[in-house]
Write a protein that binds this ligand. Structure first.
Ligand SMILES: NC(=O)c1ccc[n+]([C@@H]2O[C@H](COP(=O)([O-])OP(=O)(O)OC[C@H]3O[C@@H](n4cnc5c(N)ncnc54)[C@H](OP(=O)(O)O)[C@@H]3O)[C@@H](O)[C@H]2O)c1
Length: 271
């Protein structure tokens, strides 16, 4: 980080902690971070060295002036929470990571200030997340750079031009880590069912998924080509893929899962 922005994080749950870990790992000065969290978990408190923690916005100093306020509370409580921070937004920028909460809804709640709607994911905690972000027309270039600084420390970051992509982004990358964890669980259980000891099966499953994802990122080949490269006709992989790729198999299952998450994100936006 070039400058030393001051950051106010509202909500220190799973995503707030992931973002916080990313900032701390990338050497954002803890003294520049303030967190509003009414019920910090013991894990969260261990990460809080040097960081100011308050339980409500009324405990913030009256001359407080953060460069960015990140809202990481549940979408359902955004309407009752964000209004208390309006007074800090004249010279600041709001970044909301709440699924399904639109820029328009945020503008109604906090006014036409600089607002970014972002969708990170929890691998942010180890600097391997990806965040897609959309800004309103009040966000200036230096605020965009600051937003990039804050979000890129947690992994990749992409700006999108069309806010309507956000529901599908939420379904693919926001919720996506859960699908991969499920895949690890299922592959581990399948290995155990095939006769492997628990520990060995879980190690094989985790490392195979991590290694395959890394290979897909690092080579120029498409995932389809990589899959075909390891599938000899009549071989073991082909036997498994015949089941995974049947009409009710993995492609259609994932398509339905992502459609359900996209629909849920749209529903949340209506509330
Ligand atoms: N988790 C993900 O993978 C993920 C991915 C992308 C985006 N998001 C978004 O990130 C946001 C947070 O999700 P999460 O999974 O981190 O939820 P979470 O674990 O429940 O975290 C929310 C935190 O906010 C706290 N909180 C409640 N009221 C508050 C208030 N008035 N002021 C400050 N903090 C308050 C909660 O405390 P209590 O538990 O005591 O209520 C909790 O610790 C959501 O909007 C979600 O859509 C999450």
């Amino acid at each position: 980080m070039n400058e030393l922005p001051s950051i106010l994080l509202v909500g220190g749950g799973k995503m707030g902690s992931a973002l916080l870990s990313g900032w701390i790992t990338s050497k954002v000065m803890p003294e520049k971070i303030t967190v509003v969290e009414p019920n910090p978990s013991p894990v969260f408190l261990r990460r809080m060295k040097g960081i100011s923690l308050v339980s409500s916005p009324s405990d913030l100093p009256c001359n407080y002036s953060p460069d960015a306020i990140i809202f990481a509370v549940k979408p359902q409580i955004i309407p009752s929470v964000v209004g208390s921070y309006t007074k800090y937004l004249c010279n600041s920028m709001a970044i909301s990571v709440a699924a399904g909460v639109t820029i328009e809804q945020l503008e109604v709640l906090i006014g036409r200030h600089s607002i970014v709607r972002a969708m990170p994911n929890t691998p942010a905690a180890i600097g391997r997340g990806i965040t897609a972000a959309f800004s309103n027309d009040k966000v200036n270039i230096s605020q965009k750079r600051l937003c990039e600084q804050l979000l890129k420390v947690t992994g990749k970051m992409v700006w999108i031009e069309n806010e309507s992509y956000m529901d599908a982004i939420t379904a693919v990358s926001g919720s996506g880590p859960a699908y991969v964890f499920l895949l690890i669980e299922c592959l581990t259980k399948a290995g155990i069912a095939a006769g492997l000891p628990n520990n060995l099966s879980s190690q094989l499953a985790e490392s195979t998924i991590a290694g395959a994802a890394e290979l897909a990122i690092k080579t120029n080949e498409s995932p389809a080509t990589l899959r075909e490269n390891v599938t000899s006709p009549g071989g073991t992989t082909a036997a498994a893929l015949k089941i995974l790729m049947n009409p009710d198999g993995m492609p259609s299952l994932l398509e339905r899962a992502v459609a359900a998450a996209t629909a849920r994100s749209k529903e949340l936006a209506k509330k």
